[in-house]
Design a protein around this ligand. Structure first.
Ligand SMILES: [Zn+2]
Length: 282
């Protein structure tokens, strides 16, 4: 189906003659200190066993160590969620809030009813008290999910959308399938600061940036739609020409598209996602 004609998220289409293989490695990350961020991290400390965020004192923590790195990664997610990311100064690790992890995991768990692929998803919002919340959307189809953006209440701020990429056994049973061109293209027209996809155990995140927003500056709705289609077409060309399996081709196309359009790209399993280097290796 031609997803350019409708405001839907889609899975990468099937590719003939390719078999499943392992996921692509992500780069290592560095640790820096979040002192003077001026922005509180989200409030659930369950992810950081040795660390009570309610009593966190930056002057005591910035001597290195696991607590500092964990705090930084959670702070980094807040920045991305608020639309404050830049390709000039990206954080190398994001830790997803538990509400988001639980939301997309529940979506994934419902994505292969009776062995049929059915995309599921929802939106992720920030409440006025700074807490986060997942709001489940209506079930999608085998290859598309319609974001429930209208579910943002007056006292909530939209952070982004999450959805799944399931493939039934007869479709190859693929997992670890990253974004589609339709997903990434929607960043040009939709209000999301980030998008998350879950496929099997893998979670993928794409973040809006100041540099991407600069591409949108001055564009009206029609102009944004043109850019959306350009992004989709670029992804499609990379995907069609890529070697490897369906998940590998989607990864290659997503990296190239994020690099070209100045979006940040993260992936991982669990709650911590590593930034993926999107510049092509020489
Ligand atoms: Zn999708």
């Amino acid at each position: 189906m031609d997803h350019r004609q409708r405001p839907l998220q889609t899975t990468p289409p099937a590719r003939v003659g390719h078999s499943e293989s392992s996921a692509v490695e992500s780069p290592a990350h560095t640790e820096t200190c979040p002192v003077a961020s001026g922005l509180a991290p989200y409030g659930n400390a369950a992810l950081v066993e040795d660390h009570d965020l309610a009593s966190w004192d930056p002057s005591m923590e910035c001597d290195g160590g696991a607590s500092e790195a964990a705090y930084r990664a959670r702070w980094a997610f807040d920045q991305v969620a608020a639309g404050n990311a830049s390709v000039q100064s990206p954080d190398d690790v994001l830790v997803l809030p538990p509400e988001l992890v639980q939301g997309v995991q529940a979506a994934w768990d419902a994505s292969l009813p009776a062995g049929r692929a059915q995309e599921q998803g929802g939106i992720f919002v920030r409440n006025s008290d700074g807490s986060y919340e997942w709001e489940r959307g209506a079930p999608g189809s085998a290859g598309a999910f319609t974001p429930n953006h209208a579910d943002v209440a007056d006292d909530e701020t939209l952070v982004g959308v999450g959805h799944t990429h399931p493939y039934a056994a007869h479709e190859g049973g693929h997992t670890d399938v990253s974004f589609s061109g339709g997903d990434i293209g929607a960043m040009a027209t939709d209000p999301d600061n980030l998008q998350v996809v879950q496929s099997g155990e893998s979670r993928f995140l794409v973040s809006r940036t100041a540099e991407f927003d600069a591409l949108l500056a001055g564009l009206d709705d029609a102009g944004r739609l043109v850019l959306r289609r350009e992004i989709e077409d670029f992804w499609d060309r990379q995907y069609t020409g890529a070697p490897g399996t369906l998940p590998e081709a989607a990864e290659i196309a997503t990296r190239a598209t994020c690099e070209r359009y100045h979006l940040l790209y993260y992936r991982g399993r669990g709650s911590a996602l590593d930034r993926v280097e999107t510049r092509p290796t020489p």
